[in-house]
Design a protein. Structure first.
Length: 175
């Protein structure tokens, strides 16, 4: 029998037992709704909420503490005005736990459409990669001993590109 049904039966019963039941339920409700009991329940509820929030904060602080070095590195890379060679990016990836070397990184970049695969533009950035500002191309002129001039182009990874590829590889490693 539920409480509401017991109340209903006791309210309709017009004898001594019915009056005793009514008095009992009235006393129970008064005790339940007394300011002390209301405050007690509110304190219990707030204690549980504080405990849950404390656990959540501890968990988040631990996560922040673990990710602090990566955050510092990412900020340093993102604000860096210097570009690096792709081989140096491979070393950065290795430092971040991604086991790839320069050759495998070049192959990955060509396979996934970041660098050109053939022709005179071999290992030069694709249009999409340049629009994403992941790479820049440094051009130099070299004067040969015979008097001719030679133009060399070097693909470099921008700060934004460094951050992009490190995040990409870390995300792929987690999946």
């Amino acid at each position: 029998m539920k409480l509401s049904m017991a109340k209903e039966v006791s309210m309709t019963e017009n004898n001594e037992k019915g009056r005793q039941a009514r008095l009992y339920f009235i006393q129970c409700e008064e005790a339940w709704n007394s300011p002390e009991m209301v405050l007690s329940r509110a304190n219990q509820l707030s204690s549980r909420m504080i405990e849950n929030y404390t656990k959540r904060i501890s968990s988040l602080e631990f996560t922040i503490q673990q990710q602090a070095p990566k955050l510092l590195f990412a900020d340093a890379v993102a604000t860096s005005n210097t570009s690096i060679l792709i081989g140096d990016l491979a070393k950065l990836l290795k430092q971040n736990g991604i086991d790839t070397g320069q050759r495998r990184l070049f192959e990955h970049l060509r396979t996934n459409g970041y660098l050109m695969k053939q022709g005179s533009s071999y290992n030069m950035p694709t249009q999409r990669a340049m629009e994403m500002k992941l790479f820049e191309v440094k051009e130099r002129t070299i004067n040969n001993p015979d008097g001719s001039v030679r133009l060399t182009r070097t693909t470099k990874v921008t700060g934004k590109g460094q951050q992009y590829f490190i995040n990409l590889f870390l995300r792929n490693r987690m999946n």
